[in-house]
Design a protein around this ligand. Sequence first.
Ligand SMILES: Cc1ncc(COP(=O)(O)O)c(C=O)c1O
Length: 395
Amino acid sequence: MKTFIPYGKQCINKADIDEVVKVLKSDWIMQGPKAKEFEDALAEYCGSKYAVVVSSGTAALHLACLAVGFKKNDEAITTPITFSATSNSVIYAGGKPVFVDIDYETLNIDLQQIIKKINGKTKAIMPVHFAGLPCDMIEIAKIARKNKLIVIEDACQALGAEYRHQGKWYKVGNGKHSDMTTFSFHPVKSITTGEGGAILTNRKDLYEKLLMLRNHGFTKDHKKFVNNKPSNGPWYHEMQYLGYNYRLTDIQSALGISQLKRLDIFTKRREGIANIYNESFKDLKDYVDLPFVPSYAKTNWHLYVIKLKAEDGIEVKRRDIFNYLIKNRIGVQVHYIPVYWHPYYKKLGYKKKTCHMAEDCYSRIFSLPLHPSLRKADIQRVINILTESLRELLR
Ligand SMILES: Cc1ncc(COP(=O)(O)O)c(C=O)c1O
């Protein structure tokens, strides 16, 4: 039987393993000096002032939303074509997610729709750089500034991606056009720590709050103590927020530091594969729309998402092609079911047909395997099987 080709997968080498083993042999395996080193490396790579590493991308989003401080009925505008952790985090923090429609070409949130949904209750905008393609952060920052809104970038898929402003390229996470940016280090992401995540920011107030929230809401900084008495001993600390244990271990951080050193190589490799796909699928344009990259952006090619173009029976056709690929051991995926379609959101009162473009795109999309460990023969197999399936099933 042919080997299964997953849509995403980690890429671990001996250097990664050696770094992890060094930590395992040391005295310190929980969060400690390696985590700080990883934070400094992430902040430097992205060009931000501060980074806080946490136990997952979801934890990063949760803490970012807590740091914002949603009050009852405060709203956060986001996209339905995302992993549900984006909007779930708003709910964890006591806010209300408001879903707005997406742009067909980029599959990212539609800026005009954001503007239409802003009202007196809007507190934040949470753009998601879907598939690693940056949203137009310059315009989003302008909308936020004009309406005094917080911006949290969900860049869980976008470490290494860039956008251009006035002739200069900025790494996603640089912090100049938002308040906080979150990343995920899940194994299918651009780098991995097994599970893990980070929040990057240029704001010292948020940075300090995030550090506390990551560790039960504790502070040991006497300048911040509510009860700062001379009798306080060296053990004294205060819990000032209801925080969590969202710490990333030094074992994971050592892996992250080592992986980050190869991020640009990973991204180049992904880009190379995407170029091969683009070239090979040029003749299939009657059947599919290929990923679109606007001139202001460099995607990190986290996902290679194509859209079927058929007019009638699209859902059945997409299912048949999906099944054909799986039967041939090609690990396609669909990213994502519109979040508000899930039964939990339905129970909260969210209704189908609120974001027409998102729902239409959902019926057409699927993601092909794309990760640095793909071999030439794997790439060719994906190309052959997809071409065969489209020609056979969409004839
Ligand atoms: C857009 C987006 N947001 C949030 C997350 C959550 O990240 P994690 O799986 O590390 O919790 C993911 C990961 O799948 C994601 O793709």
